[in-house]
Design a protein around this ligand. Structure first.
Ligand SMILES: Nc1ncnc2c1ncn2[C@@H]1O[C@H](COP(=O)(O)OP(=O)(O)OP(=O)(O)O)[C@@H](O)[C@H]1O
Length: 337
């Protein structure tokens, strides 16, 4: 087999970039699911596709692993035109996670995770070791879960197995279609949190489809907002999208409560009023100095306090008032106009 860009997986930093050039999908009945779509997905980043139902998000995602064949355009992964490759073979090098996972019910968890490595001809010992390593990585004890069957797991645990299975052959690209939407909101929050930690370790290039703006803001390095027919309205990091929606359509989509969401993606550190190391905290609530304005506000509200102290390595490093929390995004928004 030739060593194409997609197969050169390995140590951290080996994620691939994805370039979508004027791709489109028109069905034989004339439906234009995606008219003309372009996007540059940076290596090692998590890009979210979001937009109303039927706007073509899943179609775009499934064109990247060619479960749907584009009717126009080019798709490059690290510069290689993947439309010229064998589609079945291609899919073995692109992880894919869907809602409700689609685990094989009659195979145990370890066997499910080993699906792609088996197709790639790995030996049994290596497959089992890899499955157990991934179970650890997604927070499931292999001794307890490896031999279980999918119906013996909770929905959230199955979803983690789905992520582990998609990562099994160490793909450089991971596609995720509404991966967390089938689980209840509390489990979803925990899964998203764990998934962010996992991504900090594996640093894959990820394209994730969701219709949930909170999920997009929480997970995305960049968010692409789409309208019907796969029309790209805006492509920007979450903080920029929330503070500077460049059309009313995007503004409406990100929602009226975007001020609060913006707090959740704005670091608190630049807003801190410096404190001498070792200065007394005086019963004020504390927050981690690498947290967000939202964390600071939550700490103040919980303690019914008007000021919070930011702490780093156990030492107070600055303070922040309630008024300052609301000043910062305001100043930022004004500075950007
Ligand atoms: N086989 C098909 N023939 C004709 N039209 C289709 C076919 N499959 C999908 N479509 C249409 O393509 C459009 C895009 O569908 P797609 O599933 O990509 O939307 P989506 O944004 O992922 O929606 P949702 O959020 O509801 O999952 C829809 O209007 C859909 O009806």
């Amino acid at each position: 087999m030739d060593a194409t860009a997609l197969e050169q997986s390995g140590p951290a930093g080996s994620a691939a970039s994805i370039t979508l050039e004027h791709i489109g999908k028109t069905y034989p009945d004339g439906t234009v699911a995606v008219g003309d779509f372009g996007l540059e997905v940076r290596a090692g980043e998590l890009t979210v596709l979001i937009g109303p139902s039927g706007c073509g998000k899943s179609t775009i995602l499934r064109m990247i692993n060619r479960l749907i064949e584009p009717t126009k355009g080019r798709i490059l992964i690290d510069g290689e035109n993947i439309l010229e490759r064998n589609a079945v073979e291609l899919r073995r090098h692109i992880g894919y996670v869907i809602q409700n996972v689609g685990l094989f019910p009659h195979q145990n968890i370890r066997t499910n995770i080993g699906t792609v490595p088996r197709m790639l001809g790995w030996d049994k010992k290596r497959i089992n070791e890899r499955a157990d390593e991934l179970l650890e990585l997604v927070g499931l004890d292999p001794a307890r879960y490896a031999k279980r069957y999918p119906h013996e797991l909770s929905g959230g645990q199955r979803q983690r197995v789905g992520v582990a299975r998609a990562l099994a052959a160490d793909p450089r690209v991971l596609l995720m279609d509404e991966p967390f939407s089938a689980v209840d909101p509390i489990a979803r929050g925990r899964l998203q949190e764990e998934f962010l930690k996992l991504q900090a370790t594996v640093r894959k290039t990820i394209v994730l489809v969701t219709h949930d703006i909170d999920e997009a803001v929480r997970l995305g390095d960049r968010i692409a907002v789409l309208a019907e027919g796969g029309r790209l309205l805006q492509y920007a990091p979450p903080a920029e999208l929330l503070s500077r929606p460049d059309s009313t359509a995007v503004g409406d989509f990100v929602g009226a409560d975007r001020g609060i969401r913006r707090l959740a993606v704005t670091p608190l550190r630049p807003a801190l009023k410096p404190l001498d190391r070792g200065a007394p905290v005086d019963g004020r609530p504390s927050v981690a100095a690498d947290g967000t304005l939202y964390d600071a506000l939550a700490a103040m509200l919980a303690a019914n306090a008007t000021e919070v102290v930011a702490v780093e390595d156990g030492q107070p490093v600055g303070s922040l008032s309630r008024a300052a929390v609301f000043d910062v995004p305001q100043q930022e928004a004004e500075a950007k106009v």
